[in-house]
Design a protein around this ligand. Sequence first.
Ligand code: NAD
Length: 310
Amino acid sequence: MKIAIAGAGAMGSRFGVKLQSAGNQVTLIDNWADHVTTIQQQGLTVTTDDGTDHVYQMTAKRPQEVTTTFDLVILFTKAMQMDQMLQQLSGVLGNHPAVLTLANGIGNIETIERHVPKDHVVAGTTVWSSSLTGPGHITVTGTGSISLQAMVPDKFPDLPGLITTLNAAGLNASPAQNVLAAIWKKAGLNSVLNTYCTLFDCNIAEFGGLPNWRKLNDAVLSEFEAVATAAKIQFSAADVTALIAAQFDPTKNGGHYPSMHQDMAKKRPTEIDFLNGYVARLGEKLGVPAPTNALLAQLIHSQESLKGIK
Ligand code: NAD
């Protein structure tokens, strides 16, 4: 299959390597010039669990250099970069490839549907992970899985075929019954852990050790639940709270600093407008106030400004 990875950072590169190794013709498409040039000249370096480096020769291009068409476009930009990437790839999207996104945050489906017919769009969530260590270099640990669903299930040409392609690359994909609920659940978790750990400069276990973590958690998730209910999206604050508490164990995820914390440390923009910020905006539209989420989004934006992040 001819596959474009549009947004070939940490996750896009990891998926690209796996799909190419399974025999697909993969093109990594990215706006970071140094990253693209390094892959073109030296290959993509992947550091694995045991600390060894593996170099993969991959086709890498800037969006404006892409002229070919693809069967599948996997969008793996950050949420706030997606609209620009889709605009840049408008020519490539002309032949109506399947478009899959597994990016975090709420609102990505709406962004894609501004550029791609809804019946070609597949969305999902993933627990694969990866870090971009530098241009042309990712570090990967562990394994993961994908859960996905076509936006118009009876119109999408071949979801089983897409799942077979992903699974032939060892990506552990399976169909989701309610992908919107899954996206909101993950966003609820991220809107507590990512946001507070970034504001308090702490890891997940340290957040869980705060005497008032439940109060902080409930202030975010009660608003999520009210807004989701008004938007007719299934969301349980109690379920997400249980999932969050399960992350505190220092021998499991507790020692981890969430991705927003890492973005802030690297002086990269955060996905806050697609987490707490999205719920605040949707709440305002639906007449369901979400002042805690609105304030948290502003606090993260203030921190970005203080660090000179644009
Ligand atoms: P990433 O930051 O590694 O890459 C996203 C884009 O930002 C890429 O185009 C990349 O080239 C660009 N970029 C990164 N650093 C840059 C720099 N210093 N200068 C210029 N450009 C730079 O993002 P990611 O971690 O691959 O995440 C993609 C999506 O997947 C996000 O929605 C994220 O929340 C989600 N996600 C990530 C993980 C993970 O473990 N990384 C896990 C699950 C979901």
